[in-house]
Design a protein around this ligand. Structure first.
Ligand SMILES: Nc1nc2c(ncn2[C@@H]2O[C@H](COP(=O)(O)OP(=O)(O)OP(=O)(O)O)[C@@H](O)[C@H]2O)c(=O)[nH]1
Length: 313
């Protein structure tokens, strides 16, 4: 009987290593402090989208790092922010807060010596969290006067008790191996939840849509703030080829013209850059088709948000 059970579940209880550690680590912070950059560098691969514009990450994303006897499941969250003018902002704050439940460790990311009302908001939310909190001073490569770091750390530590404080540069990879070591120590002894080679819980479809959104946001600079979303219409595997048809939704006709660009040049570039990243991530050839469509009022309409996939919290 037990053999039947073992063959069904694929592993025997004796295979479970009592020294294996596995747990959830939430990466939180206000928009633009470098949370997604950190996750990508910890994973050693691009998963979460990044841009210079705040509020790039809209959903929770799991990034799974398995090394030796440790599996750290990182939860990248949208940046928490005070102003909630639209449904999309409320959605993002809710997604970020829900990531603080049932976790083993919080990495609270701040940007060098900067401290803003949005950082303060995140700190307030963290007061109510039971898990240990590590303060990550990111972008230390931009801090010219390193002497100012210690007093800054002291003033932040007076606001909240941190288990550790670690200065890092997510972009340059400074101190990240030490951070991984530190994270491991906080994880409970538990068997792995995910396969060793799995890097995320998200589907390829989702990742493809996020990559396109990243390219659009980067191409547009400050021209379109949030009024844009990407929906994959079809995602087909044909041998070693992925055929992906996508709609980019904007709110107004003027925005459609901006995304397409003169003679379609901008859309072409967006498609090319997204395709290159997808081919790296999915390790196969990609045929990508992009359409720009108008869906007025989506970012402030709860129903439209749900129809575009913002319902997973
Ligand atoms: N100089 C420097 N820049 C960094 C570092 N980490 C991130 N950045 C930059 O900061 C910007 C924001 O990074 P993201 O990773 O998108 O920030 P985020 O916190 O995920 O932002 P949201 O998605 O808005 O919540 C990007 O331009 C990054 O290249 C760092 O260590 N040093």
């Amino acid at each position: 009987m037990s053999e039947l059970i073992d063959s069904f579940f694929g592993s025997t209880p004796s295979e479970v290593d009592p020294e294996f550690r596995c747990g959830f680590v939430a990466i939180v912070g206000r928009p633009n402090v470098g949370k997604s950059t950190l996750l990508n560098h910890l994973l050693g691969q691009k998963l979460s989208i990044t841009s210079r514009k705040p509020q790039t990450t809209r959903h929770k994303i799991l990034g799974i790092v398995t090394e030796g006897k440790v599996q750290a499941v990182y939860v990248d969250t949208p940046g928490m922010h005070k102003k909630e003018p639209r449904a999309i902002n409320r959605y993002m704050n809710k997604a970020a807060e829900s990531a603080l439940k049932d976790i083993d460790l919080v990495l609270f990311v701040v940007d060098g010596l900067k401290w803003t009302p949005d950082d303060e908001l995140v700190l307030e939310k963290l007061q109510r969290v039971d898990a240990p909190i590590v303060l990550l001073i990111n972008k230390v490569d931009t801090v010219a006067d390193k002497e100012k770091l210690l007093p800054h750390i002291a003033s932040l530590s007076a606001k909240l008790r941190f288990s550790e404080v670690v200065p890092v540069s997510a972009l340059r990879g400074h101190n990240l191996p030490a951070l991984h070591e530190l994270v491991s120590r906080f994880l409970p002894f538990a068997p792995p939840l995910y396969a060793e080679d799995q890097i995320t819980d998200r589907s390829q479809r989702f990742l493809a849509a996020e990559l396109i959104r990243e390219k659009v946001m980067r191409q547009l600079g400050d021209e379109i703030p949030y009024d844009l979303t990407v929906q994959i219409e079809s995602f087909k595997e044909e041998g070693n080829l992925l055929r992906i048809d996508t709609n980019i939704y904007v709110e107004r006709p003027g925005q459609k013209a901006i995304v397409i660009g003169e003679g379609g040049q901008r859309l072409k570039l967006i498609g090319k850059e997204a395709r290159i990243d997808m081919e790296k991530l999915f390790e196969r050839k990609v045929m990508l088709t992009l359409w720009v469509k108008i869906k007025g009022g989506w970012s402030d309409d709860e129903r439209a948000l749900k129809s575009l996939g913002y319902s997973d919290i």
